[in-house]
Design a protein around this ligand. Structure first.
Ligand SMILES: *[C@@H]1O[C@H](CO)[C@@H](O)[C@H](O)[C@H]1NC(C)=O
Ligand SMILES: *[C@@H]1O[C@H](CO)[C@@H](O)[C@H](O)[C@H]1NC(C)=O
Ligand SMILES: *[C@@H]1O[C@H](CO)[C@@H](O)[C@H](O)[C@H]1NC(C)=O
Ligand SMILES: *[C@@H]1O[C@H](CO)[C@@H](O)[C@H](O)[C@H]1NC(C)=O
Ligand SMILES: *[C@@H]1O[C@H](CO)[C@@H](O)[C@H](O)[C@H]1NC(C)=O
Length: 358
């Protein structure tokens, strides 16, 4: 079971804590002095599609430190702009007023286990769908899309809205980034399908959501996923393409996940490419989540036609890797307390447990 809570609208104030090198901070200070933050990328009232998309962001009690970066970048801390944004989490521990969960208007506790095995992922997915159906059948019959994301992504909301508004939600659409180029084969069958990686963000139209409904309830989704030995996103590909005959609308050039290291992707982009992206993924080794506010700043600069400042920041980002050739062997994702360092680190990686004041 899940429950919805609406924490008190007291906003937690987050200081701008850019944790990159001093040079990044200085560069940013010089760039940000003149422009207010959160002025762009907010949801304009005129943007109707924004009101018709349910956005879910999957997080975990052990990954709370990631949420700060979302609020410092693409997610507005303003509750009025979080109307359609729902965090889903396995648990939340709310020990005091200053918990980060209170910075979000809607938090859904799924009570799914906190690990990453097939059952848990599928359990979490089932609750994302359940949320859509519950809202749609009660207070929010105006919802026409559901897009789901992870808590380690940058989402360019304006680009998302612009892209989605081209589609007719009364027809079934399954939109995402192709996960593996090879199509998956069904066991003991000659049919194949492709699926969208959940780590890059996936959108479902209202028509497809209605078709999916009998297959994705919390009671049966996880059980069926596990019996096919598929993670949630692969199982969604199976359901869409094989069971419902709705194949993936792939937008691989504009949706990105953490699986793509910046080596392989970002450095081949131009600034224009970057600003066209709908989602960006962040690998945990060199490009940590503290890049999120920086990317957001860059996109704001472009939106505000501050091309000179944008170019300077962009060149800095592109050269960051060359300027920081240190050996990253043994690094691990410190943004979730449940992740453990890999043994045999060559460089002393001080294990800092990201802790939110509680
Ligand atoms: C979280 O804790 C605060 C302070 O104790 C309380 O006011 C608030 O209602 C709690 N929220 C939930 C969802 O329990
Ligand atoms: C599977 O293969 C058989 C034999 O080649 C063929 O008759 C059948 O149509 C195929 N089924 C599908 C769904 O492609
Ligand atoms: C599946 O969809 C395609 C195109 O949308 C259509 O041509 C085909 O007839 C459908 N197949 C089935 C079995 O409904
Ligand atoms: C990084 O460290 C590992 C382990 O010591 C070593 O095998 C590897 O060659 C190093 N890579 C670079 C690029 O220095
Ligand atoms: C890795 O671990 C083994 C066994 O504990 C140890 O002998 C070896 O020196 C370690 N290597 C490094 C690079 O720390």
């Amino acid at each position: 079971m899940h429950r919805i809570f609406r924490p008190s609208p007291l906003h937690i104030r987050y200081g701008i804590s850019l944790l990159l090198s001093l040079s990044v901070s200085l560069l940013l200070i010089s760039l940000t002095t003149h422009y207010p933050s959160h002025s762009i990328g907010s949801i304009g009232k005129s943007n109707e599609i924004a009101d018709r998309i349910l956005l879910t962001i999957r997080t975990s009690n052990s990954c709370q430190s990631r949420l700060t970066y979302l609020l410092q970048s693409w997610l507005s801390p303003d509750f009025s702009e979080q109307r359609n944004i729902y965090l889903t989490t396995d648990r939340f521990h709310n020990q005091s007023k200053s918990t980060i969960w209170n910075a979000f208007r809607h938090v859904i506790q799924t009570d799914c286990p906190m690990t990453h095995n097939l059952y848990d992922l599928c359990c979490k997915s089932a609750h994302e769908f359940d949320l859509f159906y519950e809202l749609h059948s009660t207070t929010r019959s105006d919802l026409q899309w559901m897009c789901r994301f992870d808590d380690d992504q940058y989402v360019n909301l304006n680009n998302l809205y612009q892209y989605i508004s081209k589609f007719d939600s009364s027809r079934p659409y399954y939109i995402g980034r192709t996960s593996v180029s090879k199509r998956l084969r069904i066991r003991n069958d000659n049919r194949t399908y492709s699926f969208a990686t959940y780590g890059a963000g996936v959108c479902y139209s209202q028509a497809l959501l209605q078709l999916l409904r009998p297959h994705v309830s919390p009671k049966i989704f996880a059980k069926n996923c596990v019996s096919r030995s598929l993670p949630d996103d692969a199982y969604m590909g199976y359901l869409s393409e094989i069971v419902l005959n709705v194949s993936l609308t792939a937008i691989n050039d504009r949706l990105h996940s953490h699986l793509q290291t910046l080596d392989n992707s970002w450095r081949t982009y131009s600034l224009a490419d970057l600003t066209r992206m709908i989602t960006l993924g962040f690998a945990w080794d060199r490009y940590k989540l503290d890049w999120l506010p920086i990317i957001h700043r860059l996109i704001q600069l472009v939106d505000q036609n501050q091309y000179e400042a944008a170019d300077r920041l962009w060149l800095f980002l592109r050269d960051y890797e060359k300027a920081h050739p240190e050996n990253l062997t043994g690094q691990y994702d410190q943004s979730c307390t449940s992740y453990k360092p890999k043994p045999n680190t060559t460089k002393s990686t001080k294990v800092k447990t990201p802790k939110i004041k509680s």
